[in-house]
Design a protein around this ligand. Structure first.
Ligand code: CO
Length: 135
């Protein structure tokens, strides 16, 4: 039931334009979409890698979760996202295991997908995002 696939690995960056240029220079990959997600306080770009993606995240302000992450830890791996086909069922399963959820209810993420974040304390100090996709 979960996870269905690795949807993306997200890296926090200070300068999205510079990061995209560097990524293209290094790996020859350009984004399939780029958008501002106001309620997460980020501008994000999705880079296709095989059947999955690398997501680059630039905070819209220093007073946002990714902004505070950058100040504390600098650029680097921010979260790992798993694709699920039924987000409510996935959240219910996690709740049943006692996992601490950042988002008790799904919210709208990039590309119009419903998403929810799972607290890093749940596994390995790694923030996990669940992304609902079509089966
Ligand atoms: Co993400």
């Amino acid at each position: 039931m979960l996870p269905y696939n690795l949807d993306h690995v997200a890296i926090a960056v200070a300068d999205l334009d510079a990061a995209l240029a560097r990524f293209e220079e290094l790996y020859g990959v350009t984004p399939i979409r780029r958008e501002r997600i106001e309620d997460q306080g980020v501008e994000e770009a999705m880079l296709p890698i095989g059947g999955s993606h690398v997501q680059l995240l630039q905070p819209l302000s220093s007073d946002s979760p990714v902004g505070r992450f950058l100040e504390r830890r600098g650029e680097g791996l921010h979260h790992v996202a798993f694709a699920v086909v039924d987000l409510e069922a996935a959240l219910e399963h996690l709740r049943a295991t006692g996992a601490r959820l950042v988002d008790e209810q799904p919210r709208l993420g990039g590309g119009g997908h419903r998403i929810a974040f799972v607290h890093p304390e749940v596994f390995g100090g790694t923030l996990v995002e669940l992304v609902e996709v079509e089966a």
